[in-house]
Write a protein that binds this ligand. Sequence first.
Ligand SMILES: C[S@@+](CC[C@H](N)C(=O)[O-])C[C@H]1O[C@@H](n2cnc3c(N)ncnc32)[C@H](O)[C@@H]1O
Length: 311
Amino acid sequence: MTTTTLPSIRACSRKNRVYVFREFLLETYGSDYLSQGDVVLDIAGGKGDLSWLLSNADGYRSIVVDPRPTQHQHVLRSIDYLRKHPDEAALRAIRNQPTHQPLATLLPELPTDEFQTPRHFPIWVDENLVQAVQAAQKGNQVEWELYWARAMAAFIDNNTDLSPAPPQNSSVTDPKEAWDLIQKCKLIAAFHPDQATDFCFELAELLNIPFCVVPCCVFPAQFPHRKLIDGTRVRDYSGLLSYLTQKYPNAQKAQLAFHETAKARNLVLFSVLPLQQERQNPKRNYAEHEDSPASLLTLSHCVPTSDTTNR
Ligand SMILES: C[S@@+](CC[C@H](N)C(=O)[O-])C[C@H]1O[C@@H](n2cnc3c(N)ncnc32)[C@H](O)[C@@H]1O
């Protein structure tokens, strides 16, 4: 991979990386594609920081899709602290300083009265979900409702560390509401989605919406079917990137502006158009061509890349 070091590349604490991804989403989809109130599925969203920011700073309906319970106390506590210490907040708001805290920069964008708690689908994003979406699209609501009921009951039936958390107040438990939100979804966003990675692309294709995915861990034992065109099994991160870009050749690539580690990958695979429209375009690698879209090259929070397979 051509490694380009730009001044905007910065060391980023774990909790601050999601702010870089949010900025990438806004610059890529914000003004042209997404409007206030649009639904985003934040797949494998973990505690829900990205969805909280997209809901409260940007006005989107971002839904956390992850069996883990969401938790927003830490962000609320930080806001409370920053609001009570405006001088400190002003200092921390300054970008490109060691003291920079992205939340402090965002303070003026946040509501002054009540915050939105993002909705939560406490489910695994897996082949069962993909099949249920396919059934619902064909009008088979019964299958969708059965799927949803099973997903909601999973934490009771199988109460292990791997089972989903009990639904919370923010959880969508009604299958009709869940299906309505899925149908309205405009974007699949996924930051380090672990075992949900492949299904992010499959869902984006089914729903005919763009995807924006930052793959990370590979889990080769759980995904033995992943094979490259030459038959090689996917066993590591570079294999995973090759596999995904072979399967989705129109995926664009960019590097988020934080230092990469083996546990915090920064390469984004994304589409701007829905996949069905992307597929009608000839294959392009924007970093290598003079007709690179200005929108990509001027993004201040990413670096377009030319090759991602050799690491
Ligand atoms: C590395 S964490 C990333 C969390 C969050 N995106 C972030 O960056 O803070 C991976 C998350 O993926 C979730 N996850 C793993 N497999 C999943 C699946 N099949 N469907 C939904 N979530 C999944 C885990 O529960 C965990 O919260």
